[in-house]
Design a protein around this ligand. Structure first.
Ligand code: COI
Length: 356
């Protein structure tokens, strides 16, 4: 793919870095490419941020053929801007698209597109601690028709948002209260859970709202078959520390293969923690808590990086974890990963790509 670049003639006023929040502001430009069976992927361009101009019969609006990605560009302490593991996001979209009967651009082209957009909007990459430029690559069905079958036309676009802390009003780690959801599921076995399909997020909203109403921040998702095994927390992968061991559920067709999950498993091993990827039941969490062995729990994802869990609630029962405060493993992993992302520590694993 060759990219055309059309720069805006009406740049926006950039928001102050303090209080950026998450996903509230959008940069001056976006990336877009279109797919038809005749032409393949074509018309790849960076253009001023704006409407997509889709037909109301476009497949995305009716049968939900839509998926997205999330990755970040960081401004390092040396002033250079770097993308974090962009090839993993491109691979996840490329491998998820066939499950939704969609066409994705080639992985190398998607990575090139991330670079092209960040290059044009480089002044939007914030400088402060815990800030980044969040990229949202998105793939939607654009063919206008109402028969139920896979679309034959798609649009791939990327928008970018300067972000601060995912949690309003907090610069550092804040423990959240989590409701263990007994009935609704985020993704069933054999479903879309391992893809970043918009449908998974639609499925999660109802229980998340009910949890918020009941005074919790998010829900812990259990498996869709027996409602027994832990899968994800909110929109994140789930880690616990049992005794001295970092434990997370193994990847399956109902768990998203998180880039942060993979990175923090690597860092956990390198920092000398014992790591286990294995099924984790609510029963085990409860008995570990009773035995004083449930030392920490936290969510991990691109947006929040690490989100410590201070309390897990199930029915009338409440498990207080680490006195409701962020634990040392969560804090160490957060510090290590963010130091690498900001080039405060060397990137010995080839995780970062400089945007030039
Ligand atoms: C992430 O943590 O990267 C997520 O997937 C959350 C995002 C949907 C806002």
């Amino acid at each position: 793919m060759e990219f055309r670049v059309t720069r805006t003639t009406t740049p926006k006023k950039r928001p102050p870095e303090a209080g950026l929040g998450f996903g509230k502001h959008f940069t001056d430009h976006m990336f877009r490419a279109d797919y038809t069976q005749e032409q393949g992927w074509h018309d790849a361009r960076v253009l001023p941020y704006g409407d997509l101009g889709l037909d109301p019969a476009a497949g995305v609006f009716h049968y939900g053929q839509a998926m997205f990605e999330g990755l970040k560009a960081f401004r390092g302490v040396d002033g250079k801007v770097r993308l974090f593991r962009p090839e993993m996001n491109a691979r996840r979209m490329a491998t998820g698209a066939p499950r939704l009967c969609m066409e994705a651009p080639g992985e190398a082209d998607m990575v090139k597109a991330y670079h092209a957009l960040v290059r044009v909007d480089v002044d939007w990459v914030p400088r402060g601690p815990a800030t980044a430029l969040y990229l949202r690559p998105t793939l939607v069905a654009t063919e206008a028709f109402l028969g139920v079958r896979p679309a034959t036309r798609f649009c791939f676009f990327i928008i970018a948002s300067p972000v601060g802390s995912y949690f309003a009003g907090s610069a550092g780690l804040q423990a959240v209260k989590i409701w263990i959801e007994p009935t609704e599921v985020r993704a069933p076995r054999g479903g879309l859970g391992a893809t970043k399909a918009g449908a998974n997020y639609a499925a999660s909203l109802h229980a998340a709202m009910a949890a918020k109403k009941a005074g919790f921040d998010q829900v812990l998702w259990l498996d869709g078959k027996d409602h027994e095994f832990v899968e994800e927390v909110g929109t994140m992968n789930f880690f616990v520390v049992l005794g001295q061991t970092v434990v997370t559920p193994p990847l399956s067709d109902s768990i998203l293969p998180g880039v942060t999950r993979d990175s923090l498993l690597t860092l956990s091993r390198e920092l000398g923690y014992k790591v286990e990827e294995r099924p984790l039941s609510v029963k085990e969490l409860k008995s570990a808590h009773r035995a004083g062995n449930l030392k920490e729990a936290f969510g991990v994802g691109t947006a929040a990086v690490v989100s410590p869990v201070g309390e897990l609630a199930f029915g009338g029962e409440k498990l207080l974890i680490n006195d409701g405060k962020p634990g040392s493993v969560a804090q160490n992993l957060y510090a290590e990963l963010t130091a690498i992302q900001r080039a405060e520590k060397p990137d010995t694993r080839g995780w970062l790509q400089v945007v030039e």
